[in-house]
Design a protein around this ligand. Structure first.
Ligand SMILES: Nc1nc(=O)n([C@H]2C[C@H](O)[C@@H](COP(=O)(O)O)O2)cc1CO
Ligand SMILES: [Zn+2]
Length: 176
């Protein structure tokens, strides 16, 4: 091939030699959380937009999702309200969480051993899904509902299942 054909031709045909290795590439944890953040921007939730990116052991993306109403239910038909006279009139009975959508969108046979990058700490229901799907690691960004009962239950299950969860800021410092 033309790549490194001789001492003066680089991959793009420039004549720099020795070749210059780019050292300032995007670190992988930042890349995957970046994908999750981009997915979150697709959410129609007016108050909290969440994105999730599932990565396998080969560091390949195998699923991406964001919070939204179930397929075919119409983003503008069901309520996006946080509170109402009845819970039936709030979003909480209907919305699919980012983690659920990332799992359901998977393009691989299974998610065993995968890591999920999610922009908000998983709720108890999503942690059940992550555990049952075989996901082995959780990297999150925001933890704004840290003291909510659902989050307490979520951590309890992840702890028992031996699934570590790490704030991505810590991870980026540790790895990069
Ligand atoms: N990990 C999560 N993934 C998610 O997709 N969500 C979604 C459900 C709602 O659409 C929204 C939270 O709305 P709010 O209570 O902050 O207005 O984020 C919420 C959490 C946190 O439990
Ligand atoms: Zn959830």
């Amino acid at each position: 091939s033309k790549i490194w054909h001789n001492n003066t031709t680089t991959i793009h045909g420039a004549t720099d030699y020795p070749p210059i290795k780019r050292e300032d590439i995007l670190e992988s944890a930042q890349y995957f959380m970046g994908v999750a953040l981009l997915a979150a921007q697709r959410s129609r939730d007016p108050s909290t937009q969440v994105g999730a990116c599932i990565v396998n052991e080969e560091k390949k993306i195998v699923g991406v999702g964001y919070n939204g109403m179930p397929n075919g239910c119409g983003d503008d038909t069901l309520p996006w309200r946080r509170s109402g006279d009845s819970p039936v009139e709030t979003k909480y009975f209907y919305v699919c969480h980012a983690e659920l959508n990332a799992i359901m969108n998977k393009n691989s046979a299974d998610l065993k051993g995968c890591t999920i990058y999610v922009t908000l700490f998983p709720c108890n229901e999503c942690s059940k899904l992550l555990i049952q799907a075989g996901i082995k690691n959780v990297i999150y960004l925001s933890d704004k509902y840290h003291d909510d009962e659902k989050t307490v239950a979520s951590r309890r299950m992840l702890d028992l299942a031996g699934i570590p969860y790490q704030n991505s800021f810590v991870r980026m410092k540790a790895v990069g």
